[in-house]
Design a protein around this ligand. Structure first.
Ligand code: SF4
Length: 424
């Protein structure tokens, strides 16, 4: 199913594709795009022409930056929940990051932050709040001039944590999958639904006037689901919603293969629900709209970063994994522990710079996979080659191209948003 839709878009006539995007622009009022731009693009007839799929057309995502825009810190491996789709291998073990690791990371990050407009440190576990306030404060203490972000399951949030967030100026993201019916896979370690505790944590955030974003996992994207989902998040009072279709990753070996038409219908209906009441920014829909608008404006190639952000993830023991946080904590016979070094042995800026200058092992293999995508995939300009971990966990290596993840969350996303434009 996925293949024919992929080919259908690839082979569709350029003017048809431009017309679909133009309809989207008219309907949704894309920022920064007007109909005169569309007319110009249509006259040139090149936005979706043959050049659209040629390697030369997409100039971004070549190589790796020497400086990231954010780092991910794993303050503990422990999570107090045991969600059925979780990918983390050591979530039952309480291994906390020593302060020496945070100090070593901060020695580099503070320099990066001093010369950047914004620099984020994202605390992502395990469950970061399971680290405890005192220890997390000690881990944050060495950082200067950064934005702290926490992704939490919210079950441990109380007034004292809210005070902590305020004091440390932490931006909060909450993981919840929607209504009680949709959140049943988030379960307590001893068994039983985590929903009531998650909602209690969210109510505590609201009572303390803290804003928060939400991240939800959709295991079975299908028609009829999106309206329930979006309505729930509207009522929750969030500002930004991220929607992840469940991935086959890490210790979660469940299949993520879905009927393509159902996934497209899900994204299409989510776009419709958002259009009906666009108070919440839906990250994925926004990406697709921005891309469609840029195609019309003739600036789509500028949307891709020139190089990959290295996204250093620092595991609790100080090992640094680049590009894909989901690989941290795993080993493979072929690729070892996926790390590029330890901050306890070598400064973080050196670890990143040497991998960027001379990619080796799985990173070099991944970059060759990205080049294969550039050569073969008409969605490359939207996707940029997707994530290393999805290739590894789905295909056992890094130099393949299309994964089920990229079908669910890139190709069918873009197609679903465009389906909405066609139908509206
Ligand atoms: S990862 Fe998938 S959608 Fe992205 S460029 Fe590669 S094949 Fe295309």
């Amino acid at each position: 199913m996925g293949a024919w839709m992929w080919i259908a878009w690839h082979d569709a006539r350029p003017r048809f594709k431009i017309a679909v995007c133009a309809r989207l622009v008219t309907l949704l009022g894309l920022p920064g795009t007007d109909m005169s731009t569309y007319a110009e693009t249509a006259r040139a007839g090149s936005a979706f022409g043959e050049g659209f799929v040629s390697a030369a057309e997409w100039t971004g995502m070549r190589g790796i930056n020497r400086v990231p825009s954010y780092v991910i810190m794993q303050p503990t491996t422990l999570c107090n929940l045991d969600c059925s789709y979780c990918y983390l291998p050591h979530r039952a073990a309480d291994r906390r990051m020593p302060v020496a690791v945070a100090e070593a990371v901060a020695a580099t990050v503070n320099e990066w932050a001093a010369s950047a407009n914004r620099f984020s440190v994202v605390w992502h576990g395990g469950e970061p709040l399971a680290t405890g306030r005192t220890h997390l404060a000690a881990l944050m203490a060495p950082f200067r001039g950064v934005e702290h972000h926490i992704q939490t399951n919210a079950t441990l949030v109380d007034d004292a944590w809210c005070e902590f967030f305020r004091e440390h100026d932490v931006r909060v993201g909450v993981s919840i999958d929607g209504t009680r019916r949709l959140t049943t896979q988030r379960v307590l370690r001893g068994g039983g639904e985590a929903y009531d505790r998650i909602v209690r944590g969210i109510e505590t955030l609201r009572r303390n006037n803290l804003s928060y974003a939400a991240l939800c996992v959709v295991s079975d994207p299908e028609p009829g689901l999106a309206a329930e989902l979006y309505g729930f998040f509207l009522d929750l009072g969030i500002t930004v919603l991220g929607v992840n279709v469940e991935e086959q990753e890490g210790v979660n070996r469940r299949s993520n293969a879905h009927d393509g038409a159902a996934v497209r219908a899900f994204w299409s209906e989510l776009t419709a629900a958002w259009r009906n009441d666009p108070r919440v920014e839906v990250r994925e829909v926004e990406w697709a709209l921005r891309y469609a608008g840029a195609l019309l404006a003739g600036s789509a190639d500028e949307l891709l970063p020139r190089r990959h952000d290295p996204i250093p993830t620092i595991a609790q023991d100080g090992l640094v994994v680049l590009l894909s946080p989901e690989l941290a904590g795993f080993t493979s016979e072929r690729y070892g522990d996926f790390s590029s070094g330890s901050v306890l042995d070598r400064p973080l800026h050196e670890i990143v710079a040497s991998s960027a200058a001379q990619p080796q092992g799985w990173i070099a293999e991944y970059l060759s996979g990205v080049e294969a995508c550039r050569q073969s995939c008409p969605y490359f300009g939207f996707c940029g080659g997707a994530h290393a971990a999805n290739r590894f966990f789905e295909q056992g290596r890094f130099d393949g191209t299309q994964t089920q993840h990229c079908r669910n969350s890139k190709i069918f996303l873009l197609e679903g948003v465009l389906d909405h434009a066609r139908a509206a």
